[in-house]
Every structure is written in structure tokens, then in C-alpha cells.
Design a protein around this ligand. Structure first.
Ligand code: TLP
Length: 362
């Protein structure tokens, strides 16, 4: 009796359109081949050639001296923050930034620094507010050590941070002897959307974390890039956090494929997100701010449908569509390599025939 059940599950699974995140992407065949072929060694001894190759490639692409392969975006951000700032120091970050919102209080728990949050517009902190927030020397004040910027900005809706804002932030930081860390989990999306080399964006930060496991489809990992001296100190923090891996070349190999072959196709994710956003916006009760859709994230306000976010997500899931909750009345849809126009067609066709105009909801 088990066999038909499993078969039924598989049939249903194949119909799932998973818009929850670009983190759900599966490794490509080329990545799986690269994993099998990877030359490996003990990376804690610095002997894994594949890891070294990935770190060097990431550093070159981003115009930095050195790279450090880390297990996740969260680990990359936290290793960087702890290397820049310590107990009682202050770190400036946007109020909805990932390092504040989604990293389980790690800045307090690991670096022991305190976060100063500045509200942003489209995820962009006003450089003048940053200038005002940097602490002056005073026995009562913490020392401002770091400014974190997030590009693209996840909770703002995958928005690109304009280069002028990055430049101004970097100038203010430099004037005050403060460092800049860029959470570039989706920095390649920003570079593709702006049609600029990624190094041009990375140039405005002292350290940059980029994720391999999002739209670039690698199964695991991020790379932190910076100066050689900074990366050597960061390596100690990675070890301290249990991120010193051994024959890590098997997981670094798909990262090399990701950086060398998967960047240009992000444009396809952006096209699909723009299409999804405009079609969702035309449906009754759904509100989408189309001007926020710079890359592969679509935020949809469902307040006028009369459903709660949990109810709406449950109905969608029943029909094989997955998205995530992004606030009291907001859902997030993310496009990536494992969803296509066919998934968008199915979703829009289902919603068009089932959503009622707000006036028809009793
Ligand atoms: N973001 C995830 C969730 O944690 C919300 C997602 O599905 O978008 N910085 C940014 C800007 C991110 O969006 C994420 C992941 C990370 C860092 C952390 O990366 P991981 O998940 O590899 O620790």
C-alpha cells in the first residue's frame, strides 16, 4: 500500500510552484558533476585547492584581495561584523536589515556589539542620518565601528541601493574612521539589474558577503571578501564559530560554477518577477508597489482581500503554490531558476478565477 502513496506524493510535488525564496533552488547537473570531480584537501590546513580557487575567484570578481568560504550568508555577515566590531561597540544598520531582523540576535550574541537602527527608504539609509548617528568621543558613548548596508535589500522588496548612496555612505564612513560591511547576499542581482560589474558596487565597502546559494543555485555557502589582513582575522572568527571545514571542496565546487556560469541568467529571474508583479497587481484586492520590483522579489499586500496572511498562504499551498509571510498583510514571492512562466501562468489563472473584488467579500 505504500507504493501508491509515495507515487501520489511525488505527482503532487511535481506540481508545486515554490516562490518562497531563491534559496530553494536545486544544484544544476554541472554543479553535481563538479562536486564529484572536486580536488579536495583539509581546508583548516589551507590544503583544499577547490576552496582556494573559489575564494580567489570571488575576490577577483569583487575587486578585493582575498576571500573566505563560509557556510551561509548569516555566518559570513556575523564573521565580518565580529571582525570589525567588539563588545560594547556600535554598528549602524537599516531597521529592516537582515543582520538585525533575521539573524537570531547574532550581533549581540557573537560580536557583543549593539545595533543602531536607522529607518531607510527602499532599504536605503539617508547618508546624512548616518553622519548624525556616528558617535562623537564621549565617556558616555559607545564607539561606532561599522555601518552595514544590504544590497539588494530583502525586506524592502529586493531593491537595489543606488550607487550614489553607496558612495556617499563610504565617504562618510572614511571621514570618521568607520568601516562599511555590505550584506550582498543578492549583490549579483543588483549588479545585473544595474548592468554594472559587481566590483563597482563592492568597491564601496571594506568587506562584502555574497551568497552562492540563492539565485546562483549553489547548494551551500557564501564568500566573504575583503583585504588579506581582514580575511586572516575573519578566518579565526569562522573557526571559533565552527565554520572551519575539512574537505570542503565538494561544496565549494558548485560555488565556482555558480560564479562563473549563473550570473547572467539572473536577468531572467528579474523579467519573471516584473511579469508576476504586474499581473498580481491587476487582480482584485491585491496591491503591489511595482516601483519596488528592481530584481527577483515581489511583495504583495493582501489586506483588501479579507484574508489573513496565514489563511491566504494556506489556500495557496493547498493549490501547490508556496510563498512566505512578510508582515501582517504582506506576502513575498521570489523568482528563481526553478520557477518559470508556466508557474506564473498557473498562479495568475488560479487567482483570477478565485479572488473576488473587495466589494464582493462579505
Ligand atoms: N534570507 C532568507 C531568509 O533568511 C529571510 C531569504 O529567504 O531571503 N542576507 C540577506 C539579505 C538574506 O536575504 C539572507 C537570507 C541572508 C543574508 C542569510 O543567508 P543564509 O540563509 O545563507 O544564512
Amino acid at each position: 500500500m505504500k507504493v501508491p502513496h509515495l507515487r501520489w506524493e511525488r505527482d503532487r510535488m511535481s506540481q508545486i510552484s515554490d516562490f518562497r525564496s531563491d534559496t530553494v533552488t536545486k544544484p544544476t547537473d554541472a554543479m553535481r558533476d563538479a562536486m564529484r570531480e572536486a580536488v579536495v584537501g583539509d581546508d583548516v590546513y589551507g590544503e583544499d585547492e577547490t576552496v582556494r580557487q573559489l575564494e580567489q575567484l570571488a575576490a577577483e570578481l569583487m575587486g578585493k584581495e582575498a576571500g573566505l568560504f563560509v557556510t551561509s550568508g548569516t555566518q559570513g555577515n556575523q564573521v565580518a561584523i565580529a571582525t570589525h566590531a567588539g563588545r560594547g561597540d556600535e554598528v549602524i544598520a537599516e531597521s529592516e536589515s537582515h543582520v538585525f531582523y533575521y539573524e537570531a540576535g547574532a550581533v549581540a550574541a557573537i560580536a557583543g556589539a549593539q545595533l543602531r537602527q536607522l529607518p531607510g527608504k527602499r532599504g536605503v539609509m539617508d547618508p546624512e542620518h548616518i553622519r548624525e548617528a556616528i558617535r562623537t568621543p564621549n565617556i558616555h558613548h559607545p564607539v561606532t565601528k561599522l555601518i552595514c548596508v544590504e544590497n539588494t535589500h530583502n525586506r524592502a522588496g529586493g531593491t537595489v541601493i543606488p550607487e550614489a548612496a553607496l558612495r556617499e555612505t563610504a565617504n562618510i564612513a572614511r571621514e570618521h574612521g568607520v568601516a562599511v560591511h555590505m550584506d550582498g547576499a543578492r549583490l549579483f542581482n543588483a549588479a545585473v539589474a544595474m548592468n554594472v560589474p559587481v566590483a563597482e558596487l563592492a568597491a564601496h565597502a571594506d568587506s562584502v558577503q555574497v551568497c552562492l546559494s540563492k539565485g546562483l543555485c549553489a547548494p551551500i555557502g557564501s564568500v566573504l571578501v575583503s583585504s588579506r589582513e581582514f580575511i586572516e582575522r575573519a578566518r579565526v572568527w569562522r573557526k571559533r564559530l565552527g565554520g572551519g571545514m575539512r574537505q570542503a571542496g565538494v561544496i565549494a565546487a558548485p560555488g565556482i560554477i555558480a560564479l562563473s556560469t549563473m550570473v547572467e541568467r539572473l536577468e531572467e529571474d528579474h523579467r519573471l518577477a516584473t511579469r508576476l508583479a504586474s499581473e498580481l497587481a491587476s487582480l482584485p484586492g491585491l496591491e503591489v508597489n511595482l516601483s519596488l520590483v528592481d530584481t527577483n522579489i515581489v511583495l504583495v499586500d493582501i489586506a483588501k482581500t479579507g484574508y489573513t496572511v496565514d489563511e491566504f498562504l494556506a489556500v495557496l499551498a493547498e493549490e501547490g503554490f508556496l510563498a512566505t509571510s512578510f508582515g501582517k498583510t504582506v506576502l513575498r514571492f521570489v523568482t528563481h531558476r526553478d520557477v518559470s512562466d508556466v508557474d506564473v501562468d498557473r498562479l495568475i489563472s488560479y487567482l483570477s478565477s478565485h479572488l473576488r473584488r473587495p466589494s464582493e467579500v462579505h
